[in-house]
Design a protein around this ligand. Structure first.
Ligand SMILES: O=P(O)(O)O[C@H]1O[C@H](CO)[C@@H](O)[C@H]1O
Ligand SMILES: O=c1cc[nH]c(=O)[nH]1
Length: 232
């Protein structure tokens, strides 16, 4: 038990799916897990464990931003002995060929956050996905005939950016999309010798300005959720 997660060690599976939104965690648990039980309600950050195809799996909200997922993923990895955290989130496209509802496997992350400064490295760290989780997700998506994109994303501390066009500089470097958590998750996993992957569904496009509604973001992310559940 921690001040943020009111559970005992055995309550949480080795693999945890983490959407940003705790209500998405509840939706996934109720729709996909057999015998789901809620292990956390602290701060409304709902967490559930159950079974999927006979395997124990947990799903818990991470909250928005690197500070929030930094806390929850650190506690899941260190106090609850979780081995794998798969973020399932939404993102905004930076590229013309990345359309809304497309799925991205975040191979690597760029960030404007200072999260890595805690490690006192003599240079910059490149946060990357766990290769086994990523290749498993990729083959599951291929078997489902889903055309997923694999590449770099930006994990940003800023949702409402005063520099409206700053994303174009990342786009020029081939960065596919922006979200707000993967870099911190990948750094915690690297530091603690654990495994992480972010699977993202494009909810809006900074290129075309198209967007999905918040109801769609909560309920229509089924392909991404099913890939993550199959990986678990
Ligand atoms: O859909 P989630 O997982 O919350 O992810 C994205 O949505 C939030 C911003 O609306 C940020 O958390 C961002 O990373
Ligand atoms: O962080 C995010 C998530 C979705 N869409 C965005 O534009 N930014």
């Amino acid at each position: 038990m921690t001040v943020h997660i009111d559970a005992s060690k055995g309550d949480i599976a080795k693999t945890v799916l983490m959407p940003g939104d705790p209500l998405r965690a509840k939706f996934i648990a109720q729709k996909y897990l057999d015998n789901p039980t809620c292990f956390n309600k602290v701060r409304g950050m709902l967490g559930y464990s159950g079974t999927y195809k006979g395997r124990k799996v947990s799903v818990m909200g991470s909250g928005m931003g690197m500070a929030s997922i930094g806390i929850y993923s650190y506690e899941l990895f260190t106090v609850f002995d979780c081995d794998n955290i798969i973020r399932i989130g939404s993102c905004g496209s930076f590229q013309e060929n990345v359309n809304i509802r497309d799925i991205i496997l975040a191979l690597g992350t760029c960030t404007n956050s200072s999260y890595a400064s805690q490690y006192n490295l003599p240079g910059n760290f490149a946060p990357i996905a766990n290769f086994e989780l990523l290749s498993k997700a990729h083959s599951i998506a291929s078997n489902k005939k889903l055309d997923v994109k694999v590449g770099n994303v930006l994990s940003s501390d800023i949702f409402y950016d005063d520099q409206e066009d700053s994303w174009k500089s990342w786009a020029k470097m081939g960065v596919l999309a922006v979200e707000m958590e993967a870099a911190a998750l990948y750094m915690n996993a690297a530091r603690l010798g654990k495994n992480a992957l972010a699977i993202l569904t494009v909810s809006d496009s900074l290129v075309t300005l198209e967007a999905t509604t918040s109801e769609e973001r909560e309920k229509t992310l089924t392909d991404m959720i099913e890939i993550a559940l199959e990986v678990s």
